[in-house]
Design a protein around this ligand. Structure first.
Ligand code: KG4
Ligand code: ZN
Length: 348
C-alpha cells in the first residue's frame, strides 16, 4: 500500500479531537490532513479556572460521535486503514473515552489499533511535511498545560528524558497566573496578548526558577507564587489597573521564556543536537517563538530549529495520526482488547 488513511482520536485533556490523515508512504512519509476537527471545552471549564476531569469526560462522551461524523464528512468519507488513539499521558477518565470509542470502531471495521503517546505526538507533529532530514540527535522541548519536558531524541521512537518540571508545567503557570489576575482560562493566549501591548513603565521583577542549576529540570510553581505575593502586596487600585496586569503578564511570560530557552540551548550544545524540536500548547506563544529563533541563530547556528505551525502546537488529532503512523511502522499494532489508558505514560 503506497498510501493509507489513518483515523486518529485524541481526548487526553479538554479537547475532543478527531483527524483523518492520508499518508504517502516512503523514506520520508508525507501526511495530508483530510480533516482535523477539534471541539474545545474551554467555555465549560472557564467558570472553574481549570479542567475538571469528570466534566471533561462527560463532554468527550457527548462530543465524540459528533466530531467523528464531522471529520468523516469533511474528509469525504474515505475508506479507513488504521486507527490511532492517545493512551496517555493525560487525564485518565478522558483518555478512556477516546480509547473506548476507538476500540468500538476498530472492532466494527476490523482495523488495527495503534496506541499513541501524547508527548511523542507533540514532538512528531514536526515531521508532518516530510522535510526534516538528518534530524538526530535532536533535543525536544515539550511544554503544555500538563507537561514540561526536555527530551533527547536519538531517533523516532528513541527518547531519553533529560529533565522535567518538578511541580507545575509551564502552561499551568500561565493558567494559574491568569487566574490570579482574573483573566480566565486558558491563561497562555490572554497573557501573550496582554504582554505584547505597550504599557506605562511599571517595573516588576520575577524569579527565573532553577535557571542556573546544573540539571535540566524546571520548576514553575515558585514563579506563580511570586506573582501571587506581588499581586497581594499591591493596593487594590493598582491590582485592577490595566498597566499593572500588562506588566505582570509581560514579566511572567519573559521569565518562562528565559528559563525554557536557557535550558534547551544548554542541552542542545551539550548533546550536539542537529535539531531543536519544540511542541505543546506553550510553543504557540509568539514571543517564545521569536526569541527562540533569534537565540538559536545567534548561539548555535548549526542547529535547525523546528516549531510546528501555531494550530498544531495545541492539542489536535493530526499529530496523533502522525505518531500513530510511525508506531505502525515499528509494528506497535495492538489488539483492541489490550489497549489501555496510562495517565502517567512516559516516552522512552
Ligand atoms: O498542548 P496543550 O493544548 O494541552 C496539553 O497537553 O496540556 O497545551 C495547553 C496549554 C495551556 O496551559 C495554555 O495556557 C497554553 O498551552 N497555551 C499558551 C498559548 N496557547 C496555549 N501558552 C502561552 N502562550 C500561548 N499563546
Ligand atoms: Zn498536549
Amino acid at each position: 500500500m503506497t498510501t493509507m488513511i489513518i483515523l486518529a482520536i485524541e481526548t487526553s485533556c479538554d479537547d475532543t479531537a478527531i483527524a483523518l490523515v492520508k499518508v504517502k508512504q516512503g523514506k520520508r512519509p508525507k501526511f495530508q490532513i483530510l480533516s482535523n476537527v477539534i471541539s474545545s471545552q474551554v467555555k465549560l471549564h472557564q467558570k472553574y479556572g481549570g479542567v475538571y476531569p469528570s466534566l471533561a469526560k462527560r463532554e468527550h462522551l457527548k462530543n465524540l460521535p459528533v466530531v467523528f461524523e464531522k471529520a468523516k464528512k469533511e474528509a469525504k468519507n474515505p475508506k479507513l486503514d488504521l486507527i490511532a488513539v492517545t493512551i496517555g499521558p493525560g487525564l485518565e477518565p478522558c483518555l478512556w473515552t477516546g480509547i473506548n470509542f476507538a476500540k468500538d470502531i476498530a472492532q466494527k471495521l476490523n482495523l488495527p489499533l495503534i496506541p499513541v503517546n501524547h508527548i511523542e505526538a507533540h514532538i512528531l507533529t514536526n515531521f508532518i511535511n516530510g522535510k526534516l532530514k538528518n534530524a538526530f540527535p535532536a533535543v525536544c522541548l515539550v511544554v503544555s498545560g500538563g507537561h514540561t519536558q526536555l527530551i533527547l531524541m536519538k531517533d523516532i521512537g528513541k527518547y531519553e528524558i533529560l529533565g522535567e518540571t518538578r511541580d507545575d508545567a509551564a502552561g499551568e503557570c500561565f493558567d494559574k497566573t491568569a487566574r490570579i489576575l482574573g483573566l480566565g482560562y486558558p491563561g497562555g493566549p490572554v497573557i501573550s496578548k496582554l504582554a505584547s501591548s505597550p504599557d506605562k513603565n511599571i517595573d516588576i521583577s520575577l524569579p527565573r526558577p532553577m535557571m542556573h542549576q546544573k540539571n535540566y529540570d524546571f520548576s514553575f510553581s515558585g514563579l506563580k507564587t511570586a506573582v501571587l505575593y506581588n499581586f497581594r502586596t499591591q493596593p487594590h487600585k493598582v491590582r485592577k489597573s490595566k498597566e499593572y496586569i500588562k506588566a505582570v503578564a509581560r514579566e511572567t511570560q519573559q521569565a518562562v521564556i528565559d528559563v525554557l530557552i536557557y535550558k534547551t540551548l544548554k542541552a542542545a550544545k551539550n548533546f550536539k543536537a542537529r535539531t531543536i524540536i519544540l511542541g505543546g500548547g506553550v510553543t504557540a506563544n509568539k514571543e517564545l517563538r521569536k526569541q527562540f529563533k533569534k537565540r538559536v541563530k545567534k548561539e548555535i547556528p548549526h542547529s535547525k530549529l523546528c516549531i510546528p505551525d501555531s494550530n498544531f502546537c495545541t492539542d489536535n488529532a493530526a499529530m496523533t495520526a502522525v505518531a500513530g503512523y510511525f508506531n505502525y511502522l515499528k509494528g506497535l499494532t495492538e489488539k483492541p482488547g489490550k489497549v489501555e489508558a496510562n495517565a502517567n505514560l512516559r516516552v522512552k
